[in-house]
Design a protein around this ligand. Sequence first.
Ligand SMILES: [Cu+2]
Length: 490
Amino acid sequence: MADKISRRQILGLGAATIAGVGVLAKPGHANNHGGGSAQYQPAPGQQKSQGGRPYWEKSYSGGPIDVKPLPPVLAAKGYKPVVVPNGGALPFKIVDGVKVFHLVAEEVDHAFDSGLRAKCWGYNGRVNGTAIEAVEGERIRIYVTNRLPVATSVHWHGIYLPNGMDGVGGLTQPYIKAGETAKYEWTLRQYGSFMFHSHHDEMTQMGMGLIGMFIIHPRNPTSEYRVDRDFSLMISEWAIEAGTARPNTLVMNDFNILTINGKVFPSTAPLVCKTGDKVRLRLGNLGAMDHHPMHIHGYHFRITATDGEDIPLSAQWPEATALVAVGQTRNVEFIADAPGDWAFHCHMTHHVMNQMGHQFPNMVGMKVEGLEEKLRPLLPAYMTMGHTGMDMGRMAEVMPYPPNTIAMKGAPGPFGDYISMGGLFTIVKVRDQLKSYDEDPGWYQHPPGTVALKASDADLARDGIDVKKITAGYGGTPSSSTKSNADMKR
Ligand SMILES: [Cu+2]
């Protein structure tokens, strides 16, 4: 009975479908499309920023593909370039009104961190850190030279283009064979945060590093669009076993190196901001398998755009954590009005660790007195790990590791204690005074009295805190008035 659909439900479905078709089939108000080969007309900025194009058009394809392009725009005049921490934008030249780029796919001896290098594949000498940046309405021509030992192709992810420019190897174009150079050319008819990546043998080639962000600025930016700091952050994940120097692209779950623009913390460059700056983070995820809830401390941000388009102000979603799924981009924005060193990281706790190996037996809480002494004659370097957790600082100092390994790498912090983070972790450094955005301003100097330090005896006495007494209702024996959720249900 339960799995049979009733006649009533079928009718309901039918009605919903018909209604859906009705909505979709309504003639769109194609204000930014024009017909035939008309010159490309970007939507009037104000209208766009307050809700994008009218809902719903017949298609999101951006209208006719043979539009006449608008003149190319240089950064100095028309847009504020994005900041690509640990990376940079692909250079271009302008030839007869067309912006010409040259993307080179090649092997790169890449440093994830000072302690770990691997032979990866990347674009123009960088792994995950080369961004393409252009402006809505521009005609672009991208040459792709393949210096890999195998065929490749490049897909422009989220971007409206003629089908034959879509870059799916074998489907929309022949492979770009080893040594060949292909030419992609089309006119940009939208703006936003997009991506590009290999679309041939994706598991291998994207896993080896053939991914990047593709930023398109609006032709007529609104005041809302303008920010002081505009960061482009590409997230990915890798499987590099300790002591090896090549990513293993065959694994499905055991990713042990999690990167922002190809770097792990502490090699991720800080996101430097001045107090009061309006900040945009463009987050993209082209990792193989994992979605990343990217979390900011000390602030909340608004999710202002997806890889689809801007989100109208009234619908923007306030969050302290933005989920960036595989294949998605998310723009988040906030006002950096609180100075400090604020963590920005993936909230999956295994994604802020490096290569630590997750196959340990669970030792947490185990009594290990005398164990090391007994085992040392058999295993001279033996150290019991994990019974008090994974204290990276201690382990990094005493554990023997193979070379080219960052198993327990974190960073020494400002208080003499180790920051036990790696992977998808960076720091938003907000300062009242800055010499330069391009310089790490060092650790935040906290105003006196604003750091959580060891409580003094005077503090404890004043507030009647007796640390020796277990206080009912404070995690000790529950008092009669403390009920669990289960108790409440009864
Ligand atoms: Cu994650």
